[in-house]
Design a protein around this ligand. Structure first.
Ligand SMILES: NC(=O)c1ccc[n+]([C@@H]2O[C@H](COP(=O)([O-])OP(=O)(O)OC[C@H]3O[C@@H](n4cnc5c(N)ncnc54)[C@H](OP(=O)(O)O)[C@@H]3O)[C@@H](O)[C@H]2O)c1
Length: 283
């Protein structure tokens, strides 16, 4: 039995689609099982990482698990959702764990690094005995869906960091790598730093999205101070906002095209143009 956490999310929903035909029973964890739209044969199960007691039945009988947490960095003193999920996997005797982490997350000495290191260690700790694989992607192409609301009424989109490039990755590629690791067990002990095939600024991504939608889309840059204020309103503590700003504005973090996805998949990683065409309807 394979359990997918975050099964209704960007990576998880692509993953259940790839696991469903592979022959192994698949269970999809969500806080709203009645509403989950899942492929035939996939079992929906209730589980809330904020309520560790709810996880025992979700993890019962599971051999392999895809672990992800949507808990925002700084929402608690430590990554309680990651810790609860890894503990539930250990208690259930899970052997294979694929953990969704983040590129360069654990390096350095800021609150983001501490958070990611703690979250990864909960899976890689030898005492847990998991055969683990860590996926460390940079920016997701699906972050462009944040523009969908503005695009309903406007061809111009307010975007912070509009000129900062990133080699964003299609969550479907992450799902394909996770599926390979869960099904074959061949990627145990691997830490994969992952990117898409091109380094693009949000302004360039918006122009490519415009081509897919047949519209002339433009960026309205958001000043840095307004971006900071937005993150604070979203609930990030000031030290986390500082860390996000430093990570976004200093150096070329996340902008390098990495060879890993192509090596693991045996084909080029999907481009932003491919992602945009596949997700046209969502705009
Ligand atoms: N977005 C990026 O650019 C990026 C880059 C690198 C790494 N990542 C990593 O990717 C993950 C998030 O990806 P995303 O931003 O695209 O989000 P997402 O996949 O849309 O995440 C939402 C998912 O999380 C589940 N979820 C939310 N709260 C939960 C809870 N309390 N208990 C159990 N499940 C819960 C939701 O399930 P239900 O609502 O159905 O319960 C849903 O399936 C994070 O771990 C992040 O660090 C993201």
């Amino acid at each position: 039995m394979i359990l997918v956490t975050g099964a209704t999310g960007h990576v998880g929903s692509e993953l259940v689609q790839r696991l469903a035909p592979a022959g192994e029973p698949v269970r999809a964890m969500t806080r709203r099982p009645a509403e989950a739209r899942l492929p035939a044969g996939v079992e929906a199960v209730y589980g809330d990482a904020a309520d560790p007691a709810s996880l025992a039945s979700a993890f019962a009988g599971v051999d392999g698990v895809f672990l992800m947490s949507a808990q925002a960095v700084g929402a608690a003193p430590e990554p309680t959702h990651d810790l609860a999920l890894a503990a539930a996997a250990a208690r259930a005797g899970v052997s294979r764990v694929v953990k969704l982490s983040t590129l360069d997350g654990g390096s350095g000495d800021d609150p983001i690094a501490h958070w990611q290191r703690t979250a990864e260690a909960a899976v890689t700790d030898p005492a847990r005995g998991f055969a683990w694989t860590l996926l460390r992607p940079g920016r997701f192409m699906s972050n462009a869906l944040q523009w969908a609301g503005q695009l309903r009424t406007d061809d111009e989109v307010a975007t912070p960091f509009a000129d900062r490039p990133a080699a964003s990755i299609d969550p479907a590629d992450l799902a394909e790598i996770a599926a390979l690791a869960l099904i074959t067990g061949e990627h145990a002990g691997a830490t994969y730093e992952l990117s898409g095939p091109q380094s693009l600024t949000p302004a360039q991504e918006l122009a490519i999205l415009g081509e897919a939608l047949g519209r002339d889309l433009r960026v309205r840059p958001v000043p840095t101070a307004a971006a900071r204020a937005g993150m604070a309103r979203y609930g990030f503590p000031p030290e986390v906002v500082d860390a996000i700003m430093r990570r976004t504005l200093d150096g070329d973090r996340g902008s390098q095209v990495l060879p890993t996805a192509e090596k693991v998949l045996g084909r080029p990683a999907r481009s932003f143009a491919q992602w945009a065409r596949a997700h046209r309807e969502e705009f």
